[in-house]
Design a protein around this ligand. Structure first.
Ligand SMILES: NC(=O)c1ccc[n+]([C@@H]2O[C@H](COP(=O)([O-])OP(=O)(O)OC[C@H]3O[C@@H](n4cnc5c(N)ncnc54)[C@H](O)[C@@H]3O)[C@@H](O)[C@H]2O)c1
Length: 488
């Protein structure tokens, strides 16, 4: 089964803070057994990367600071956001067959960091991740390299050559900005922001990353998945003709909920239950459905110019559900008039489907089936399912191989930002019930972020006396605030 489907069924099991999917795969197990030492020395790696990155273009740090040269020969990794995906990504980085070490960890919460560290250093990963073997010889994070709180990322990033950014997406823009400012290669999870102001920041940082030749991989892992890559190749060869329209789905039962605990400040509650607050999550159209929307953008080769749609909350009525909708249906329009229809739903007992289809002038691509069918229903291409890979592992294998060789190969930041913006555009359309234009939304400067990140911050979005949060009502919510009521 393709890994992407596991995210729908495995990741968001109620009450499970640590997802199944990103940590688990047979590939992971095999890799533990077949880890090889890197041939290239740290010195060679630095020489090559320094030459490529052009140290003169990095004014903030000396060369020694940039590579933390005096510690050891390994490529040093910092993990920012030690939850399910961050822990999984750190494991995959360690299993990349390069000489890699995890040297720093940062999380807003001590208990999350500790749990992640325990998992990463377990004698036997089968207890926590379902695999025999371990990676603990690659985890070198002393107590003073563990950073807790909102500012921890600054110090963790400084200790590394490569940074894994896996917090809720609301923080991605400032974390990515800092990583690039400090001259680090980046693996960052999708989505890369939750609001247009954040997207602009990511686009600016992605441009600087290009100038500095810093590799940036975004966890839109279908780009690293064999079946999608082969379908894309065949599509480019013209097997289904020209793009006509597309459909995509992320319909599932929904995700975890973390209940409010006594004595939590409003900031702590929202941080713990982050999925339900737009400044952190972006709504599920952004947080999950971006994967499918991004596939259509990728094959289409562009981004929609406008969108309109409908959505709301049918079953998500309780106070534990913050402000997000439980369904969205959006019609995205590209510049040539072609349409992407997108639907995402979090409602138990309804049809589950996580998939993409692209209709061309000569046939259709069924991504879930990994095939292409002509107008008469004849299969004209079928991907050999035995050749499928684990894209979560491949994105790290490819990134770290490039870094080890001193190659500048990956610049996923801009696409990550524009596909995230497409998903945000969908949310703006369903919240407002209006036609929303991509450029106007991007240039609106809308930010959902609180004025400061502190535990006692005055949150833009607050519950009423009964504990319920305001929810967008299409037609009644002005577009300028329709990222949620906290927009500014
Ligand atoms: N590519 C995929 O298939 C995939 C799968 C799962 C998750 N993700 C993405 O990974 C990200 C994290 O998701 P998750 O499921 O791991 O969530 P999670 O809640 O398990 O982990 C998030 C972690 O970040 C920490 N955190 C929050 N704010 C922070 C801050 N300012 N500084 C440092 N740490 C902070 C939290 O305390 C938590 O430990 C999301 O963007 C999600 O969309 C991607």
């Amino acid at each position: 089964m393709a890994s992407y489907q596991l995210e729908a069924t495995g990741r968001h099991v109620a009450g499970l803070d640590f997802p199944q999917n990103p940590l688990t795969s047979s590939v992971l197990h095999k890799k533990i057994k077949s880890m090889k030492p890197i041939n290239e020395s740290r010195r060679d790696f630095m020489k090559k990367t320094t030459a490529i990155a052009g140290m003169a273009a990095i004014p903030f740090a000396s060369q020694a600071e940039f590579f933390n040269t005096n510690v050891n020969d390994a490529i040093k990794v910092a993990l920012v956001g030690c939850g399910g995906r961050g822990t999984g990504a750190a494991m995959q980085a360690m299993l990349s067959e390069q000489n890699v070490k995890l040297v720093a960890m940062a999380d807003a919460f001590r208990d999350r960091l500790d749990y992640s560290y325990t998992m990463l250093t377990a004698d036997d990963l089968s207890e926590t991740a379902g695999y025999a073997g371990n990676i603990k010889n690659k985890i070198d994070v002393p107590e003073n390299n563990k950073f807790v709180g909102f500012d921890g990322y600054l110090k963790a990033i400084a200790l590394a050559d490569v940074v894994i950014l896996a917090t809720p997406p609301g923080f991605r823009p400032i974390h990515f900005e800092e990583a690039i400012k400090q001259g680090k290669h980046v693996f960052m999870e999708k989505p890369v922001a939750t609001d247009p102001a954040g997207i602009r920041k990511v686009l600016e940082s992605a441009a600087i990353a290009r100038q500095k030749k810093l590799n940036v991989v975004v966890g839109l892992q279908r780009h690293y998945q064999n079946s999608y890559r082969e379908l894309y190749k065949k599509y480019q060869e013209g097997l289904i003709g020209e793009f006509v329209s597309a459909q995509c789905w992320w319909n599932s039962e929904g995700v975890w909920v973390r209940q409010r605990q006594p004595n939590q400040t409003e900031m702590e509650y929202q941080m713990r239950n982050w999925y339900y607050f737009n400044w952190l999550c972006g709504d599920h159209i952004v947080e999950q459905h971006i994967h499918n929307i991004d596939v259509i953008n990728w094959f289409k080769g562009s981004y929609p110019v406008k969108a309109q749609g409908m959505g709301g909350r049918e079953v998500r009525k309780g106070k534990e559900f913050g402000e997000i909708f439980d369904h969205h249906y959006v019609e995205f329009q590209y510049a040539d008039g072609s349409i992407m229809n997108s639907q995402c739903r979090h409602i138990k007992g309804t049809m589950s489907k996580v998939d993409e289809q692209i209709v061309g002038t000569k046939g259709t691509i069924f991504c879930g089936n990994m095939n292409m069918v002509d107008r008469k229903g004849k299969v004209v291409y079928q991907f050999d399912k035995t050749k499928e890979n684990d894209p979560y592992q491949s994105e790290h294998d490819e990134l770290f191989a490039a870094i080890a060789k001193g190659e500048y190969k990956f610049a996923d930041g801009e696409n990550g930002a524009k596909s995230t913006m497409t998903s945000i555009l969908g949310r703006l359309a369903t919240y407002s019930g209006q036609v929303v234009e991509f450029d106007a939304a991007l240039n609106s400067g809308m930010s959902l972020q609180p004025a400061k990140y502190t535990w006692d911050a005055d949150m833009p979005l607050k519950p009423d006396a009964s504990g319920l949060y305001p929810v967008a009502i299409p037609g009644a919510v002005p577009l300028t605030t329709s990222g949620g009521t906290g927009g500014k």
